[in-house]
Design a protein around this ligand. Sequence first.
Ligand SMILES: [Zn+2]
Length: 358
Amino acid sequence: MDTAISFREEYLKISFTPLSLHGIWTGRIKLFMQLFKELSTDKYVKVITPRVATLEEILLAHSRSYVEYVKKSSIIGEGYLDYGDTRSYKGVFEDALLAIGGTTTLAEMIKENYIRAGFNPQGGFHHAKVNSASGFCVFNDVAIAALLFRKWGFRRIAIVDIDVHHGDGTQQILYNTDILKISIHMYYPGFFPGTGNIYELGEDEGYGYSVNIPLPPGSGDDIFIYSVDEVILPLLEQYKPRMIIVQMGCDAHEGDPLAWLRLTTRAYDIFSLNIRNLAEKYSNGRILCLGGGGYNEDNVARSWLLMLINLFNIEPLRDIKDRLRDLNEGTKSSSELWDIVRRRTRELKEELSVVHKI
Ligand SMILES: [Zn+2]
């Protein structure tokens, strides 16, 4: 078995969300693990008990003063770490290290060639910034993983973030690096976090390596797949990543209560098949998959498992994909939305043409 999932019992109790979403956050992981066993995925994918993240790993992406702040808040144990999204409580620091450890353990295993791909369901905290918590995220394991691989000498690391919210923390931490960061997300005035338009392209040697694909509310599978074909795949084909990190937030799913994109398992299926093919071509199949958002337990658990069957390339499990699909696959978008997306895509490709030939 050369693929793995990070899991420890504590993962069923950890969330940095307000209490109103705590049950959903942990419930998705519980349901995913149940589904994983029920469908005998564990015959082909091993479940590993990850270690705790080290301070050295956290400091790759965050300032010492912010880490100290989280440590202190964890002792006081009340309120929020930020403006009112990311809950503080006694032990929040230790819990954050446990969650991030799921990612760094898998990263290490991939580096050592023990596995070629892994998934941390308690990962994908893409909003945490150098100096602050944000959007239910304490430390940014997406950026930490990318910086770990870079430290180990990997060149051409690509991050693809399909969470419905912009991966603003990852972008900020890695803004001036040539680690390729692609985020496809919903974009609309007042929608969290407010960043992620096509003109945020990076700085210095990072210019052209922050790529944002902002989708209007209501966009369906057709628009998502178009963006994958028009922007994500050509960019990755050109970049030829030696390591691929995927933030697999499923809150762009049609049934998600926090946002208004209309993806179904069809979009997730096609996306993950394409990423798998790219990984086979360029990164020896190396993919690190991280959980991210998603606030409808059933949709998240099914979409995660369906994507992993593709991303991990588990041939014998192909048939069970049909048991994971939505009933109403293949949502279509209105012509107004298509006009907006085509225009933005044209503009984005023009901006990127200075750096990439796509
Ligand atoms: Zn999200």
